[in-house]
Write a protein that binds this ligand. Structure first.
Ligand SMILES: Nc1nc2c(ncn2[C@@H]2O[C@H](COP(=O)(O)OP(=O)(O)OP(=O)(O)O)[C@@H](O)[C@H]2O)c(=O)[nH]1
Ligand SMILES: [Mg+2]
Length: 381
């Protein structure tokens, strides 16, 4: 994997009326033609995502959208798609001054979602007025590029993205044992993203990361002079690994780390109590980021449902995958989310927020398995 995964990039959504130059401005910032430009209003239809590296900001994804005044027959649907795209936007770039009727409405939507906005006026080569608080640019003459990038960089939420994956769990020189079963769930010839990210984070912190499988774990422990400082396991083998973990060693899982990295660990842990009070007839929603065809040992489709059914009998399970997530959650007592490694933090936090607002418990795979195997109180996070 040579590039930053999309899920860890800053997502910048570009909004404005048809023909305001959204696609042109993205091309200017990218210094290449990544988005189709024309004088025909309604050139961009579905949101278009383009990953790139921006000096001073880092890896980003620009999301080019349809004009918010698109009133072609499909316009309403396009605007709905744009609105859905706000779910994973970290910042918005709003091009103003062209059909401004819609601006107040969109500013209100952005505000209600706490998405910071940079306002810009494009086409200043044609003598446009640049109101206070706006950046003047010309995509055609490449004017205002530096100012615009500075403004985007300043608008970045200070808590953006990467809360530290290992938040205080390790210090320089620690020995950390990573237990990673390579079963048929594991992709051929590579490691999955949470494992790669954890190894990288450990190395960055000057820790020694030792990788093993559950079968080799006892041997690895025998050969170490003392217990490792921390064991991080795949949550599917939590129970087994807990039994082999020395008493003086702390234990956590990749998905618990990801839960804190990509979600709201406190809400997830608090919500785990709801699992214990599930009764026959309750509905549980299982939400998975990946849309891959489920395998027989799939954790969200098979393992967790089997554990829940065994304990609570007649609970009803609904499944959603990818960007699908119901707005109305009132039918559910509990939402169980995957680790979210393919989503950005903003999207998962929006889902947590939606659950909180509707007073629905939400937790994730790793915490559910830890709870159901009775070790939630024995892990560190
Ligand atoms: N004079 C001038 N024209 C521009 C500038 N930027 C874009 N244009 C022109 O404005 C028209 C629309 O540009 P686009 O980038 O396609 O605008 P858009 O907002 O993406 O449009 P839709 O996708 O249709 O909503 C094109 O003819 C561009 O050449 C600019 O800075 N100055
Ligand atoms: Mg366009």
């Amino acid at each position: 994997m040579n590039t930053t995964p999309s899920a860890n990039r800053i997502h910048i959504i570009v909004l404005g009326a048809c023909n305001s130059g959204k696609s042109s401005v993205i091309n200017m910032l990218a210094a290449q033609n990544v988005s189709l430009v024309s004088d025909h209003a309604g050139t961009t239809t579905d949101p278009v995502r383009k990953a790139m590296e921006i000096p001073g900001i880092g890896p980003v994804v620009f999301i080019d959208t349809a004009g918010f005044d698109d009133n072609s027959p499909l316009g309403e649907e396009r605007v709905r798609l744009t609105e859905k795209t706000l779910d994973d936007a970290d910042i918005a770039l709003l091009l103003t001054g062209e059909n401004s009727d819609y601006e107040a409405d969109w500013l209100e939507r952005l505000k209600s979602r706490n998405i910071p906005v940079v306002k810009a006026v494009n086409k200043i080569d044609t003598d446009r007025r640049v109101p206070d608080g706006h950046i003047g640019v010309s995509a055609i003459d490449s004017i205002g590029k530096t100012e615009l990038l500075d403004a985007l960089s300043r608008a970045l939420p200070t808590d953006f993205g990467e809360p530290d994956l290992l938040r205080g769990l390790v210090k320089r020189g620690d020995i950390v044992l990573l237990v990673m079963p390579q079963d048929k769930e594991a992709p051929k010839g590579r490691l999955i993203l949470p494992q790669v990210q954890t190894i990288r984070a450990l190395l960055d912190k000057g820790c020694n990361a030792l990788c093993t499988t559950p079968d080799e774990m006892p041997d690895a422990l025998d050969r170490l002079k003392s217990s490792p400082d921390l064991i991080i396991t795949d949550s599917q083998v939590f129970g087994k690994v807990k039994d082999m973990t020395p008493d003086d060693c702390r234990l956590t899982s990749f998905s618990v780390l990801m839960a804190a990295f990509k979600g709201d660990i406190d809400y997830f842990i608090e919500s785990a109590a709801t699992i214990g009070s599930l009764k026959a007839g309750d509905k549980v929603l299982i939400a998975e980021a990946c849309t891959h065809a489920p395998l027989s040992e799939d954790i969200g489709r098979v393992k967790i449902p089997a554990l829940l059914k065994k304990r609570y009998g007649n609970v009803t399970l609904d499944f959603v995958a990818g960007k699908d997530f119901p707005e109305d959650l009132s039918a559910y007592r509990l939402v169980i989310h995957c680790g979210g490694c393919m989503f950005n933090r903003r999207l998962v936090l929006n889902r947590v927020e939606s659950c909180r607002r509707q007073k629905i418990a939400m937790t994730n795979y790793g915490i559910t398995i830890a709870y159901l195997t009775g070790i939630l109180d024995k892990i560190v996070y």
